[in-house]
Design a protein around this ligand. Structure first.
Ligand code: NAD
Ligand code: GLY
Length: 355
C-alpha cells in the first residue's frame, strides 16, 4: 500500500492507494457520524460492504447512476437529507462511487455548514486516477459542465483496486482516457503506457499506473491548487473539445469524450507545429487502442461551438486548449472561435477520408 500527501496552505489530504486500502482504512469511520453518498449501481454491488463497514444505521443517499444526476435537484436533495439526519459539523460525508458521486458529494460537503469533513472512496478507474484527488467538486447547470462548484479537499482518499472487479469494460476504457491524458503530460507515464500497450487493462498494470497518475496530479495540485498559475490547467489536456462534444452529443461518457477530444486536439497540435512525429503517432495509437476509431461527426462544428463555455477561456470567442507538445510537456493554444471550428471540421473530414 502506498500513501501520497497533498498539503496546501490551508488543507491536508492523504491518499491511501493499493489492494486492501478499503479494509484497512474505511473502518476508522465506523465510530464517527457519517453520511454516505453513492449511486444506484454502486449501492447494488456494495451495500452489504457499506453497512458492514460504516454501520447499518448510517444514512445513505443513493443517486440515480449517470452524469444527469450532477444537478441542483440532487444537490438540494443531498443537503436536505443531511439536515434531516442531523449531520453535525464534525460529521463526515463519505463519497463512494465514480466521478459523478465524488463531484456532487464533495460540493455538498463543502456547502453544508460551510464545510464538513469529506472522504472520497472512488470506485471507477477514472475516479481513482483523477476525479477523487485534488479537491475539484461540481455540478452541471444549464447544459454547462461543472459550472457550479468549489475547491474542497477531501481529508482522505481511499483508492482500492478491489472495486474495479465489478466495473464494466467500458468504464475501464473511460479511466484509460484520463490515464493517456497523464501520458501526454508525464514522460514516465508515457513510457509505461507505450511499453505496456498490450496490457493496458491488466489489473497489475492498472494498479501501478494509478499510483503514477495520482502522484503526477498531487505534484500539480500542491503547486497550483486553485488553477491560478496555469499549471493545473494542464490536467485539462484534451478536455476543451472533449467537454464541448460531451455537452453536445451526450451519448458517451466523460472518459470516452476525453479520448475523442485528445484525438481531435492532437490534429490541431500537429497542424500548429507544437506536436508531431513519432510521438504524436504513438499518442494516437494509444488512443485508438482504447476507442478503435475516432468518430467523424457530420455536425461537428456545432458541437465544437460548445467550447465557448470552457472555463479556461480568458477572452470571449477565443478558445483555449491544452494540447500535447513534446514528450512530457503540454502546450497551450488559443484560437479564434471560427479557426477552432474550422480545424475541428477539418479533422473530422480527415477521419472520414481514412487519413
Ligand atoms: P460515473 O460516476 O458516472 O461512473 C460511471 C459508471 O460506473 C456509473 O454507471 C456508475 O454507477 C458505475 N460504477 C461506479 N463504480 C462501479 C463499480 N465499482 N462497479 C460497477 N459499476 C460502477 O462516471 P466516472 O467516469 O467515474 O466520472 C465522470 C465524472 O467525473 C464526470 O462528471 C466528470 O466531469 C467528473 N470528473 C471530475 C474530475 C475532478 O477533478 N473533480 C476529474 C475528472 C472527471
Ligand atoms: N481533472 C482536472 C483537475 O483536477 O484539475
Amino acid at each position: 500500500m502506498k500513501e501520497i500527501e497533498i498539503s496546501t496552505k490551508t488543507t491536508q489530504s492523504i491518499i491511501r492507494c493499493g489492494k486492501g486500502a478499503f479494509e484497512a482504512y474505511a473502518p476508522a469511520y465506523k465510530d464517527k457520524q457519517t453520511f454516505i453518498v453513492t449511486d444506484s449501481n454502486v449501492f447494488g454491488y456494495y451495500r452489504h460492504l457499506l453497512w458492514r463497514t460504516f454501520g447499518d444505521r448510517t444514512p445513505i443517499y443513493i443517486l440515480p447512476a449517470g452524469e444527469s444526476s450532477k444537478t441542483f435537484r440532487y444537490l438540494r436533495e443531498i443537503l436536505q437529507k443531511m439536515i434531516d439526519e442531523g449531520m453535525r459539523r464534525n460529521g463526515y460525508v463519505i463519497a463512494v462511487g465514480g466521478g459523478v458521486v465524488g463531484d456532487i458529494a464533495g460540493l455538498a460537503a463543502s456547502l453544508y455548514m460551510r464545510g464538513i469533513h469529506l472522504v472520497q472512496i472512488p470506485t471507477t478507474l477514472l475516479a481513482q486516477v483523477d476525479s477523487s484527488v485534488g479537491g475539484k467538486t461540481a455540478i452541471d447547470c444549464k447544459n454547462i459542465k461543472n459550472v457550479i462548484g468549489s475547491f474542497y479537499q477531501p481529508e482522505e482518499v481511499i483508492v482500492d483496486p478491489v472495486f474495479l472487479e465489478t466495473l464494466p469494460d467500458r468504464e475501464i476504457r473511460c479511466g484509460l482516457g484520463e490515464i493517456i491524458k497523464y501520458g501526454a503530460l508525464d514522460k514516465d507515464i508515457y513510457s509505461k503506457l507505450t511499453e505496456n500497450e498490450a496490457r493496458l487493462k491488466d489489473p497489475a498494470f492498472l494498479e501501478d499506473i494509478t499510483y503514477s497518475c495520482i502522484n503526477h496530479k498531487a505534484n500539480v495540485v500542491r503547486l497550483d491548487e486553485r488553477e491560478t498559475t496555469g499549471l493545473r490547467k494542464t490536467l485539462n489536456l484534451g478536455h476543451t473539445t472533449g467537454h464541448a462534444f460531451e455537452l453536445y452529443y451526450r451519448k458517451k461518457s466523460h472518459g470516452e469524450f476525453v479520448l475523442i477530444g485528445m484525438y481531435y486536439e492532437l490534429y490541431i497540435a500537429e497542424k500548429h507545429g507544437v506536436c508531431g512525429g513519432r510521438y504524436a503517432e504513438n499518442l494516437k495509437k494509444l488512443i485508438l487502442k482504447v476507442i478503435k476509431k475516432a468518430p467523424a461527426y457530420e455536425d461537428v462544428g456545432k458541437a465544437a461551438a460548445m467550447a465557448k463555455y470552457d472555463k479556461k477561456n480568458a477572452q470571449s470567442m477565443r478558445i483555449s486548449m491544452v494540447v500535447p507538445g513534446v514528450e512530457g510537456k503540454s502546450a497551450e493554444l488559443t484560437l479564434g472561435m471560427d479557426e477552432y471550428i474550422a480545424e475541428i471540421e477539418e479533422c473530422a473530414a480527415h477521419i472520414r477520408e481514412g487519413k
